[in-house]
Design a protein around this ligand. Structure first.
Ligand code: NI
Length: 150
């Protein structure tokens, strides 16, 4: 595994729409391993492909309950609302209160290419929405109600 450079806000790679993952091969597995290591080394709870310069629809999340990986995710249902503090490894030192769904249902593929469905709530739901946005070139600031002072 290797720690990769995290792309910062201002780099146009963060504003691109990503393409689907097509090959569930060893290269994908080592990318996912690197992304997880990069995320944890930076004390993040999620990291999406474009944040390491990979314009593919994938992200990793660990909110403290273990490692989750999503390829070609689709959020198929949302409900409820939560307003809470949010940040992004691509926007270091910046935090804001966002409005997000409290519950999401997401369909995605795991690293073996098997489809799964996950129901998430709270912080995990927020993280899934945040990372999924990265795949469409959207940063969390578009959901911020008000920025927080450091
Ligand atoms: Ni982010």
């Amino acid at each position: 595994m290797a720690i990769r450079n995290v792309v910062k806000e201002g780099d146009p790679v963060l504003n691109k729409v990503c393409r689907p993952v097509e090959k569930f091969d060893d290269k994908l597995k080592s990318l996912l391993d690197d992304m997880y290591e990069t995320m944890t080394a930076n004390d993040g709870v999620g990291l999406a492909g474009p944040q390491v310069g990979i314009l593919r629809r994938l992200f990793v999340i660990d909110i403290g309950d273990g490692r989750l990986e999503f390829m070609n995710p689709r959020i198929i249902k949302t409900s409820g609302v939560q307003e809470s503090s949010e940040g992004c490894l691509s926007c270091p030192g910046e935090f804001g209160i966002t409005r997000r769904p409290m519950y999401v249902t997401v369909e995605a593929y795991n690293r073996e290419g098997d489809r799964f469905t996950l129901n998430a709530e709270g912080l995990l739901a927020k993280a899934i929405c945040h990372e999924n946005d990265h795949l469409d070139g959207i940063l969390f600031k578009e959901h911020v109600i008000r920025m927080e002072k450091n």
